[in-house]
Design a protein around this ligand. Structure first.
Ligand code: SF4
Length: 325
């Protein structure tokens, strides 16, 4: 999309009532008009968020991001220096990203670190917590791996169920430790809503009252919302159910308005995602926690089983925990 098309698209988003636009990539700051588009979005009442590798966020750029009113700047960091640079395939990427983080913090921007959990880096989680504490980062987002693309080789990069559970335990314990020390940070896990169920079950063992409060919050959130409250639009205007589901498009915003594409129930996948409970199969179809998980990441089921309604292969909870006979 050129600048005029991107502006028209943002205008449609605002008219449709979309509350937040997250500029992501690739690397969004490679677009010369990114800051103009963000300004245009803010002027139309949209909340803007940036997701970047951080390497292009100079002192001047950070000042501009603050002036425009970015609500949050997400910066990807997938480990400490050696691991991150190997992960990113570029020496110096860690130092450049750290510079970007420091520039954002200096200009009062809310920074969120984005870490994708894989076999290569899951042991780095404690170091990422320490870095966030040291650098004044307010938010940590841990992404479970989505297997973008059918038959994706990314499946091999994922950690198994036992390690996933241990990693989520580590994230919970380090988060509690920050709170105990009076240094609360917002810590999220992304792309595996079984985490919500696990957090509920884990808390229930020691604090049933708090567990019910957690359950109520998770229920209000409703679990995975790909194709419902989250959507992704790629650089040529194709609309996808989420940021992981690039191989499927429900339409193109250069041809139809985003809102018209979004509410079009003639698209089987999009309408199924909006009311998926009756379509789910396997363990997800029999799970008693659908209200708070909503069948997890459908794209992962599609990538592994070729069926968007199959069970999510990354659910690490046991049948016993899920109440499945
Ligand atoms: S079985 Fe499916 S719906 Fe239930 S917790 Fe696991 S991923 Fe979520």
């Amino acid at each position: 999309m050129d600048t005029a098309s991107a502006r028209a698209f943002i205008h449609d988003l605002a008219a449709f009532g979309v509350p937040v636009v997250l500029f992501s990539g690739g690397e969004p700051l490679l677009r010369d008009d990114l800051l103009d588009l963000a300004t245009f979005a803010v002027e139309r009442g949209l909340r803007v968020v940036l997701s970047s590798n951080g390497t292009l966020i100079t002192d001047d750029t950070a000042r501009e991001l603050g002036r425009i009113g970015f609500a949050e700047v997400g910066i990807s960091l997938d480990g400490m220096e050696a691991v991150n640079d190997r992960f990113r395939g570029r020496q110096g990427a860690y130092r450049a990203a750290l510079e970007g983080i420091r520039n954002c913090v200096k200009h009062g921007l809310r920074v969120s670190l984005r870490f994708t959990i894989t076999r290569l880096n899951f042991r780095e989680v404690p170091s990422i917590f320490s870095l966030a504490e040291r650098e004044g980062v307010e938010r940590l987002c841990f992404y479970h791996l989505a297997y973008s693309g059918r038959g994706s080789t990314l499946v091999q990069e994922d950690i198994g169920h036992i390690q996933t559970r241990q990693t989520v335990d580590t994230i919970c314990e380090l988060t509690q430790d920050l709170h105990r020390r009076g240094l609360p940070k917002e810590v999220l896990t992304v792309a595996n809503h079984a985490d919500g169920v696990y957090l509920y079950l884990r808390t229930k063992e020691t604090n049933p009252e708090r567990a019910e409060y957690i359950y109520a919050l998770l229920k209000r959130n409703g679990g995975n919302s790909s194709g419902v409250r989250i959507g992704a639009v790629d650089p040529v205007g194709n609309v996808h159910p989420d940021q992981f589901w690039w191989q499927y498009s429900a339409g193109n915003v250069m041809e139809r308005r985003f809102g018209d594409i979004w509410v079009d129930t003639s698209d089987a996948l999009m309408s199924g995602l909006k009311d998926r409970k009756g379509l789910l199969k396997g363990r997800c179809g029999r799970c008693q926690y659908l209200d708070i998980c909503n069948g997890n990441l459908r794209q992962r089921a599609e990538a592994v089983y070729g069926d968007a309604w199959a069970e999510d292969p990354a659910c690490y909870l046991t049948d016993e925990e899920l109440g499945i006979k």
